[in-house]
Design a protein around this ligand. Structure first.
Ligand SMILES: C[S@@+](CC[C@H](N)C(=O)[O-])C[C@H]1O[C@@H](n2cnc3c(N)ncnc32)[C@H](O)[C@@H]1O
Length: 257
């Protein structure tokens, strides 16, 4: 029965191989469940703290472009342990922020961080798959997604859904790692992805397999140029790209017509 279903189901990239959509969704949920307790610490170690600067910059950019202090509706997709939502809340208090994520363990950590910060009643947490957004069309002024899009099982459907639930003139801001950096650093970057990240995962989080996947998922993700093209193909009329750390991380700012 399972085999028959697998044969008919569309296959998507998971690390270096292709597997059925539902299998990827399950594997990803289990993986983030397993790493949730060490997730924040590992982010700091693997990026040497740089992910904090990139996330803050994302919030600066929506702040500048959309006047966030004006009470906007923001959706943070694949919001995990809440970094982006807390960054927004800290700087622009009057926004309604919804965080959606597939993994309960990640949101559990996020909710306890929210309590410690005094944001308990200000944030809405929703468990679910980003490809099936439970919101009406034109619900949000901005959607953010940091380091989540390469992990979702159905990337194209997720982008289509984002377009639908954004208001006209709204923005989708996606922060994601890239498989390519500028040429002189490419070999070192590949060595770092293939060897250092799995080794750190093994040593610090006691989970080489999960960090091996995270590294492979970066290696097989879209180039920044191709991802811009995908966003345009899904209807976003203007896509701006900002690169960090010689291109290792990219911020895509996609405008809805
Ligand atoms: C690398 S973490 C990023 C978390 C957070 N945005 C951050 O920047 O720290 C990726 C997150 O994507 C979530 N995720 C993966 N697939 C998803 C899906 N289909 N729908 C919603 N969330 C998903 C995972 O549960 C995980 O919390």
């Amino acid at each position: 029965m399972k085999k028959e279903k697998d044969i008919n189901e569309k296959r998507v990239i998971y690390g270096l191989k292709k597997i059925p959509i539902s299998e990827k969704r399950n594997k990803i949920a289990n993986l983030f469940e397993e790493v949730s307790n060490n997730y924040d610490k590992m982010n700091d170690i693997m990026s040497l703290g740089a992910h904090r600067i990139w996330k803050k910059d994302l919030v600066d950019i929506i702040g500048k472009e959309q006047m966030l202090n004006d009470s906007k509706n923001i959706l943070d997709l694949a919001g995990g342990t809440g970094d982006i939502a807390f960054n927004i809340k800290k700087r622009f208090k009057n926004n309604n922020i919804t965080i959606m994520d597939l993994t309960l363990g990640m949101m559990k950590i996020g909710k306890s961080k929210a309590s410690a910060l005094g944001y308990d009643s200000d944030l809405k947490w929703i468990a679910g798959d980003s490809a099936y957004l439970p919101f009406k069309d034109y619900s949000f002024d901005n959607i953010t997604c940091a380091f989540g899009i390469r992990n979702v099982a159905e990337i194209e459907k997720t982008i289509e859904g984002c377009y639908n639930v954004l208001k006209p003139g709204g923005k989708l801001l996606i922060l994601e790692f890239s498989p390519k950096v500028i040429a002189p650093f490419q070999r070192f970057y590949e060595y770092y992805l293939k060897n250092i990240i799995p080794a750190l995962g093994d040593k610090i989080a006691n989970n080489r397999e999960a960090y091996q996947y995270l590294s492979e998922s970066i290696q097989t993700f879209y180039s920044s140029e191709n991802f811009c093209e995908l966003l345009k193909a899904k209807g976003f009329n203007l896509v701006n790209l900002k690169k960090y750390a010689n291109g290792a991380a990219c911020l895509f700012i996609a405008n809805r017509i």
